[in-house]
Design a protein around this ligand. Structure first.
Ligand SMILES: Nc1nc2c(c(=O)[nH]1)N[C@H]1C(S)=C(S)[C@@H](COP(=O)(O)OP(=O)(O)OC[C@H]3O[C@@H](n4cnc5c(=O)[nH]c(N)nc54)[C@H](O)[C@@H]3O)O[C@H]1N2
Ligand SMILES: Nc1nc2c(c(=O)[nH]1)N[C@H]1C(S)=C(S)[C@@H](COP(=O)(O)OP(=O)(O)OC[C@H]3O[C@@H](n4cnc5c(=O)[nH]c(N)nc54)[C@H](O)[C@@H]3O)O[C@H]1N2
Ligand code: SF4
Ligand SMILES: [Mo]
Length: 898
């Protein structure tokens, strides 16, 4: 048995993971007690990592034009076709679309190849959909894309203001740290600013459920309120900043009376004033902000409106103080460091930094090769796909992202991909929506196989370590890129034998001509990590940049001296004129659409859906609706409904949500064509962009809501080897595929045309051997099961899913079948009932770590275990990662109210 430390590949918290290997298998993961991001904690996604590995479902061999080929053939094809595209259409006809899920080393060589040697500016990343507005706001305020704070600042703050961040679900370990800090310091206050009541409100002393998109108005109001009440830090403003007057004047272009701001934000003026008072009277304020701010057509301004208030109050560069952009992806930061955005060059140098193009050119030159860098920024993500639509881009290489799902106007993106003459996709998983559009598919190694570094939200660089060999012929992304570079004639500039050498070059570039007081000066400097040999790189301990000769142990907090990365060293307050969402509501689409994340899924589900444990919390695509709206639009809880948006429809199950504002609905961003018939959030959204950052407005769409017309609902469980999906979806107005541990669950609903489906005929046609059959034609109810040679092959229930038994018992029967064990007579008799007659269904899973269901919990509460501690002692729920505690509390409240 061996233990290896590595870093979690999911969110930007960047937790250290201790992996246990036995007999060449990763058998367990645990939090790394020594890692300063998590000190031993892991959330449910991190602790299920070992369940998402394995060869099944992985891409194993390269494919060119639909045929499996050897690596040499695939790499030759990539190089030849890229070269031909450049020859025939110019270098700007070539583009790349990367991802914050690449390692820094992969990202660095991709950027170097495309911008430096192929010479195209059109290299952008999915960070455009994620952090681009925060990047632009940082650059305007601080002169560099630098997050000032550390996680410890969250713990040391007296006031924490979560704005557009559902930390409890999306950065669970950070949330747990905050929660513990709050228990230790009873004076600490937490404010949540989000149109939706989320689980993060569990620890909120004040919740501001503002009108979507009104954040800039709220923070402009705060700035004016502080100024009017003598709450500005005049000394800090005078010594370290510029722009207060202009920022205040812009804020005062609107009526900044409490009543007017509260009305615009749709808030209670007293609660608003409480927030203003708390913010103004505390020095140690941290404001974590995330996608509720960034994913907006005025996200950059919103970021600056927040930063303005911190600067104006001198709440920055101190322990427990600062605006804190919380990054999403594991290496969102690393991508920004290497220059992965289309408006950046490399190592925090941009097209507009004086001498930068020349500096990077000299640095990347080799004895016989001179790079040819572009002179101006390239297309940002959404524009890039429009350029493909216009026929300007002829070759696109996509790595580690799934734009067929995650970009707004998903169908137009798909049409653009369809028409692009060359689409190359580097991917780990065999079955994604994007792969259908790829001419060349390159199987990439994945987490646990690859070696490199990532940077988390607090600028901390950590190693991801290779633990296992990649399956089949999967190869590392950096290797694939360098092999293509070599074939294009750039071998000398890409002659790396190991990621350590790439990291070294990246570290050296960060320090290259980076001298204080010169035009080349950059805050991002990790020259202190240059010249690490393999052993030192392998042993690299987590460290926060800058890492320099002056700060060899890294830097926990930036701007402590009040010197910023602007030419005059002063931070800028930026005048902000609040704008509402670009997407207008209208009679045809009267509801505001909010999209976002759920606790147990990661993005397009390519990895998390492999863990049945993670599928269980929210097994189907859903629509959260305020109870009053549900009545108004004729839908009810658990009913299927349709949303109609800018680019198409979305079908999911209604969840009544008391915390949802009226006139607004929420859908998860995760579902896609692999898992449901019509549940692409990106199809509902138009592409309204922030003019400065190019980030799309993913949080403020416009939709109509209506019940879905269906004739029946059915649940079909099938053994993993039973394929017939096309048939099962036949005449389905809705379908969702839900992987369980030992079978696949299909949730189906029929179109009105299929109302008198003859189920016996249907089953005979599509499924083997129906041996048990129980029908109640008057009630439209039916249960049936297929048994072959004594083994369960499938199980069907026609009727409302509310009547489903707990599926664990049935799943276990499929496990027996897989082990080739025959059903015994007693179990066979109970098959249609789905288990022991008396056995209670444990209901949908609430605690994913210990797999405790809703009904089990409710029963325990009714039996008197009506506290978190009592439930934990009895059922163990909530005792591991803690993410379900808010849900447990809600159940306790509901049950005691009942
Ligand atoms: N479980 C899980 N965790 C993840 C991810 C995942 O896929 N799954 N993805 C990771 C990634 S890449 C990212 S970027 C982060 C994102 O992390 P978050 O930003 O926390 O995630 P979201 O759920 O997209 O949006 C956050 C909140 O913004 C709110 N919001 C919507 N409109 C507004 C508004 O106008 N104003 C304000 N103030 N709030 C608004 C939404 O209601 C939502 O609760 O999560 C990371 N962590
Ligand atoms: N409606 C709506 N849309 C959104 C958002 C939203 O809130 N609402 N959020 C946006 C945000 S913040 C983000 S970050 C994006 C995320 O959206 P995407 O980046 O499109 O989503 P992922 O599913 O993470 O895609 C990553 C892909 O890379 C593969 N992969 C994983 N590791 C590797 C690797 O090492 N190498 C290679 N080559 N491939 C790998 C995975 O299998 C997966 O297919 O979605 C954005 N889109
Ligand atoms: S909080 Fe984020 S980094 Fe930490 S274990 Fe969970 S998903 Fe991984
Ligand atoms: Mo993200």
């Amino acid at each position: 048995m061996r233990h290896i430390s590595t870093t979690c590949p999911y969110c930007g918290v960047g937790c250290g993971v201790r992996a246990t290997l036995a007999d060449g298998q990763l058998t367990a993961v645990a939090g790394d007690a020594d890692h300063p991001a998590n000190y031993g904690r892991l959330c449910v996604k991190g602790s299920a990592l070992h369940e998402t590995l394995g060869e099944q479902g992985r891409l194993m061999r390269p494919r060119v034009d639909g045929r499996e080929v050897a690596w040499a053939t695939a790499l030759d094809a990539v190089a030849e076709r890229l070269a031909a595209t450049r020859r025939e259409h110019g270098k700007e006809a070539v583009a790349a679309y990367l991802s914050g899920q690449l390692l820094t080393e992969d990202y660095y060589v991709a950027n170097k190849l495309f911008k430096g040697f192929i010479g195209t500016p059109h290299l952008d990343t999915n960070s455009r959909l994620c952090m681009a507005s925060a990047v632009a706001a940082h650059r305007r305020a601080f002169g560099a894309d630098a997050v000032p704070c550390s996680y410890e600042d969250l713990e040391e703050a007296e006031l924490v203001v979560l704005v557009g961040s559902n930390l409890a679900w999306n950065h669970p370990v950070l949330y747990q740290r905050l929660k513990v800090a709050k228990t230790r310091n009873p004076l600490m206050r937490v404010v949540v600013i989000d149109p939706r009541v989320t689980d993060s409100c569990e620890i909120a002393d004040l919740y501001l459920g503002l009108r979507p998109g009104s954040d800039a108005r709220l923070f402009n109001g705060l700035l004016a309120w502080m100024a009017d009440r003598g709450r500005l830090d005049a000394l800090y403003l005078a010594r370290h900043t510029r722009g207060l007057d202009a920022a205040l004047a812009a804020a005062r272009e609107d009526d900044v009376s409490l009543a007017a701001v509260a009305a615009d934000c749709d808030l209670d003026p007293e609660r608003l004033e409480t927030f203003y008072y708390w913010f103004a009277s505390q020095l140690h304020v941290v404001t974590p902000f995330s996608q509720g701010i960034n994913q907006s057509s005025s996200g950059t301004d919103k970021g600056n409106a927040i930063i303005n208030c911190h600067l104006a109050g001198g709440k920055l560069g101190l322990p427990g103080a600062g605006p804190f952009s919380i990054t999403g992806q594991p290496n969102a930061m690393g991508g920004r460091e290497v220059g992965g955005l289309a408006n950046q060059l490399a190592a925090h140098m941009d097209y507009d930094s004086p001498g930068a193009i020349d500096r990077v050119t000299r640095f990347w030159s080799t004895p016989s090769l001179t790079p040819s860098l572009p002179e101006a920024p390239g297309h940002k993500a959404v524009d890039l796909f429009e350029a493909i639509e216009r026929g300007e881009i002829h070759a696109l290489w996509i790595m580690a992202t799934n734009p067929a799902v995650s970009l707004p106007r998903a169908d137009r993106v798909r049409a653009a991909l369809e028409q692009c003459p060359l689409v190359i996709v580097s991917e780990c998983v065999a079955d994604t929506d994007l792969l259908a559009y790829a001419d060349i598919v390159l199987p990439a190694s994945s987490w646990s196989e690859k070696d490199g570094t990532v940077t988390n939200s607090e600028r901390r660089i950590s190693r991801q370590r290779g633990l296992l060999p990649p399956p089949g012929e999967a190869r590392h992304d950096w290797w694939i890129i360098c092999e293509v570079a070599r074939r294009l004639g750039y071998g000398e500039a890409f002659a790396y034998a190991h990621p350590a050498e790439i990291f070294d070059e990246h570290a050296r570039l960060s320090g290259f001509e980076n001298l204080p007081g010169t035009p080349g000066e950059r805050l991002f400097d990790i020259s202190g990590l240059a010249w690490l040999d393999r052993a030192a790189y392998d042993a690299l301990a987590p460290i926060q940049w800058p890492v320099t000769a002056a700060a060899p142990r890294g830097t926990a907090r930036l701007f402590e001296e009040g010197r910023f990365a602007t030419p005059d060293g002063l931070a800028r307050l930026v005048p902000v004129r609040p704008r509402g969402p670009e997407q207008a509501l209208c009679a045809a689409r009267p509801l505001r659409l909010n999209t976002g994340r759920i606790r147990d899924q990661w993005h397009t589900m390519t990895r998390t859906a492999r863990s049945p444990r993670l599928m269980n919390h929210r097994p189907e695509p859903f629509i959260e609706v305020a109870p009053a709206d549900a009545a108004a639009w004729g839908v009810s809880d658990q009913q299927l409904a349709r949303l109609r948006g800018a680019g198409g429809d979305y079908v999911g199950r209604v969840r009544l949500a008391k915390g949802q504002r009226r006139g607004e609905v929420f859908v998860p961003m995760h579902w896609n064509d692999r898992f449901s018939g019509a549940a692409l959030a990106g199809r509902l959204l138009a592409a309204h962009l922030d003019p400065l950052s190019g980030q799309p407005e993913a949080k403020q769409g416009a939709v109509a809501l209506a019940p879905l017309a269906i004739a029946w609902e059915a649940t079909l469980l099938v053994a993993p080897d039973l394929a017939g999906e096309a048939d099962w979806r036949e005449e389905a107005a809705y379908w969702a595929r839900i992987p369980l541990a030992h079978c696949q669950r299909w949730q189906l609903a029929g179109t009105p045309e299929s109302a008198d489906r003859d189920w016996l005929a249907w089953v005979t046609r599509h499924l083997p051997a129906a041996t048990l059959w129980l029908e109640d034609p008057s009630g439209g109810r039916l249960r049936a099961a297929g048994i072959e040679a004594g083994r369960l092959r499938w199980w069907l229930m026609v009727g409302p899913p509310g009547e489903l038994p707990g599926l664990a018992w049935l799943d276990e029967r499929f496990a027996e079948a897989a082990r080739d064990e025959a059903l015994d007579g007693a179990r066979r008799r109970r098959l249609l009932a789905g288990g022991d007659a008396g056995a209670a269904d444990s209901g949908p899973v609430v605690c994913s770590c210990h797999q405790v269901g809703r009904s089990t919990i409710v029963t325990a509460i009714r039996d008197g275990d009506a506290s978190i501690e009592a439930l934990g002692a009895r059922l163990a729920c909530g005792t591991q990662c803690g993410s379900c505690v808010p849900e447990l509390k809600a159940l306790i409240e509901e049950s005691s109210a009942a």
